[in-house]
Design a protein around this ligand. Structure first.
Ligand SMILES: NC(=O)c1ccc[n+]([C@@H]2O[C@H](COP(=O)([O-])OP(=O)(O)OC[C@H]3O[C@@H](n4cnc5c(N)ncnc54)[C@H](OP(=O)(O)O)[C@@H]3O)[C@@H](O)[C@H]2O)c1
Length: 185
């Protein structure tokens, strides 16, 4: 796949390295912006407050398949009255959109493929994104878990606060998570 990441930090940069290693063509963009015309899929991995500027600074995004990975911290509201950042992005760009990778720590992604059982990556989004999200999730060493349509993205963004609370309460450093069948426990 031809992938453009907008954001090349902990999430965007790490996923870009993993996807490049898996054989994809990956272009990473930062604050300088750029062009995404040739991308089959765009990963948007910038901080909540930077999303509008990031979309405005990249050409060729209209109608693209987008995987949106942001979290809203400290009670930040989604942009322009939307129920989630992912739905805001879909309203601006108009293409198939998914929310994914926001419930995984950038610092743990490099080790996911070597874990005894694959950690999960909960995602929600448009049906048209399923094949791409599943492929890129596998290629990042994770197991995709589909939680429903894009209108669940607000729930997924809100879950990040619980995930952080679980991590803090466990007091064992950063955590993966995994749904498992009974015989897999
Ligand atoms: N870190 C995690 O473990 C983690 C986990 C799950 C979700 N998230 C979410 O993922 C998003 C990214 O987090 P991160 O930790 O990867 O952030 P980060 O390491 O701080 O990287 C942010 C990236 O955003 C880019 N950026 C900022 N403004 C931009 C603009 N106007 N146009 C294009 N790119 C712009 C920066 O570009 P430059 O390179 O030019 O500075 C940088 O590459 C956040 O919403 C965060 O909540 C993070």
């Amino acid at each position: 796949m031809n992938i453009t990441t907008i954001g090349r930090g902990s999430i965007g940069g790490t996923l870009a390295r993993l996807w490049t290693a898996a054989g994809h063509q990956v272009t990473t963009l930062g604050r300088e912006g750029g062009d995404a015309s040739s991308a089959d899929v765009v990963l948007l991995a910038v901080r909540h407050a930077d999303i509008p500027a990031a979309l405005a600074g990249v050409t060729g995004l209209e109608g693209k398949t987008v995987i949106e990975a942001s979290n809203r911290l400290d009670g930040e509201a989604p942009h322009e009255g939307h129920a989630s950042n992912a739905e805001y992005v879909k309203a601006v760009l108009g293409g198939p959109t998914a929310k994914a990778f926001n419930l995984n720590f950038g610092k743990l992604l490099e080790g996911a493929a070597e874990a005894p059982s694959r950690p999960d990556n909960i995602w929600v989004g448009d049906d048209a994104t399923r094949a791409v999200v599943e492929q890129l999730t596998h290629d990042a060493g994770l197991q995709p878990r589909h939680g429903g349509p894009l209108d669940r993205a607000g729930t997924q963004e809100a879950f990040a606060a619980m995930y952080m609370a679980i991590v803090k309460d466990a007091d064992a450093g950063l955590l993966y998570y995994r749904f498992a069948p009974p015989q897999g426990i």
